[in-house]
Write a protein that binds this ligand. Sequence first.
Ligand SMILES: *[C@@H]1O[C@H](CO)[C@@H](O)[C@H](O)[C@H]1NC(C)=O
Ligand SMILES: *[C@@H]1O[C@H](CO)[C@@H](O)[C@H](O)[C@H]1NC(C)=O
Ligand SMILES: *[C@@H]1O[C@H](CO)[C@@H](O)[C@H](O)[C@H]1NC(C)=O
Ligand SMILES: *[C@@H]1O[C@H](CO)[C@@H](O)[C@H](O)[C@H]1NC(C)=O
Length: 497
Amino acid sequence: MMKKNRELLILVIVTLVLLLNLVLGVHSAEKYTRHDFPNDFVFGSGTSAYQWEGAADEDGRAPSVWDTYAHDGYVHGGQNGDVACDGYHKYKVNRNDGRGPVNPKALEFYNNLINELISNGIQPHVTLHNFDFPQALEDEYGGWISRKIIRDFTNYADVCFREFGDRVSYWITINEPNVFSIGGYDQGNGPPHHCSPPFCINKSKRGNSTTEPYLAVHHILLAHSSAVRLYRTTYKEKQNGFVGISVYSFGIFPNTPTENDILASQRARDFLIGWIMEPLLLGDYPTSMKKIAGARIPTFTNRESKLVKGSYDFIGLIHYTNANMADNSVVLENDLRDFSADMAVFMYTPDLYANAEYPVEPWGLIEELNHFKLNYGNPPIFIYENGQRTASNASLQDVSRVNYLKAYIGATLDALRNGSNLKGYIAWSFIDLFELLDGYDSSFGLYYVDQNDPELKRYPKLSAKWYSWFLKGGRSSVEAIELEKDPSHVSNGHFFD
Ligand SMILES: *[C@@H]1O[C@H](CO)[C@@H](O)[C@H](O)[C@H]1NC(C)=O
Ligand SMILES: *[C@@H]1O[C@H](CO)[C@@H](O)[C@H](O)[C@H]1NC(C)=O
Ligand SMILES: *[C@@H]1O[C@H](CO)[C@@H](O)[C@H](O)[C@H]1NC(C)=O
Ligand SMILES: *[C@@H]1O[C@H](CO)[C@@H](O)[C@H](O)[C@H]1NC(C)=O
């Protein structure tokens, strides 16, 4: 009898908890463990070629637009990625001229790297293009603003699928097209440094801010979908992998609850995210963009529209911070407008180019994931970058980064429980890298690299200890002092030993 009552009581409690969850929508995942996520949900951390490899002049590596940009002195303090984390040597190569014979040293490096990851139980997720566009093709035909890139990019993807696709199952074609097209072709504050007056943040070489951002993204979408088609027709059956594209997303909110600001934030979403997602989902740009940019935004032919529509197996989401949008539609009265004027908003964001710490505001991630669920067809999503920027700091006690990761992984769990089609979370970044724009002055890494040490020794920060504790099944709310006691984090500074 006693036992029966207890069972009943437990049942009632369980029902109450379920009911409460229903009433409250979802429970906020403040305390959780890895076991709260599905078994096939993947976790990881990321790096990128230019930001990690170094060895800029070795083994036949030719420069990318980022080498040129950094050597022209545009990164804070004139820094560059010539050495970066010396990843090329430190473990054991975009060694590519853009076209022509494949550099065997490059294949060897990436083959070794992929094998090393797999033999350590790490599943590689590979991004084909992360900003470091070959300078040779930039010089030859202007890179992304030429249709010629579609063929060259597809051939490059072909090499990677063919050489690595037996071991790599998750491919991103292009990272953050919605960011580097604005920096590189509208405001001219990133390579290839194009813009036209009066829209330049700094003097540019040449360019056309009114048209080139749209043109670049158009060719990016065509190059992306061409690579996806190639994978599907030639590799999919044998390799069984998946191909997607990565989109940068702020958590987007109206600056005030007025109708104008609510419309402004919808417009900003169309321009920043719908720009990529609507062609992928529907085969065309958002109506608001076509209306405002008119003839300056390219038109998809029927054939192109069909090629682009549905050309993804999953989406890579890049998310760090939130932005409040205020209406600025008065600029739409100007005839001469760049991409930013077309968007017609004032964006209030944390300072993305200083050494300020990113705030912990995980509701922006939840809001974005809700939009992908409701408006962009709830695609499978891997969060491919999320992490806290702080000043580079020799102190390994990055408590604020632990709090950031704790909150954002918790938000990921909340969104997952509320129906988002989430498949994985990859923290940015595995190690302190050459950060684009900030150089070595800022830091996102779980590991610190001593840039004053000729050996570039690596040290785990508290965040590395927390993440590895969590991945081993520990509860998220662990105290820092417990992490410091766990001896399994001691590292001699190398990745894999
Ligand atoms: C623009 O130029 C100014 C003055 O030369 C410089 O201080 C600033 O860092 C430059 N900004 C960018 C984004 O290149
Ligand atoms: C930009 O391109 C448009 C469309 O081709 C053209 O009308 C305009 O004059 C160009 N602007 C500059 C600064 O070259
Ligand atoms: C570096 O970290 C220490 C210890 O957490 C902190 O007191 C200091 O303010 C940090 N310095 C910078 C420049 O962030
Ligand atoms: C859960 O998703 C629904 C839409 O499916 C949305 O209206 C609601 O705001 C979401 N809840 C949270 C807490 O994000």
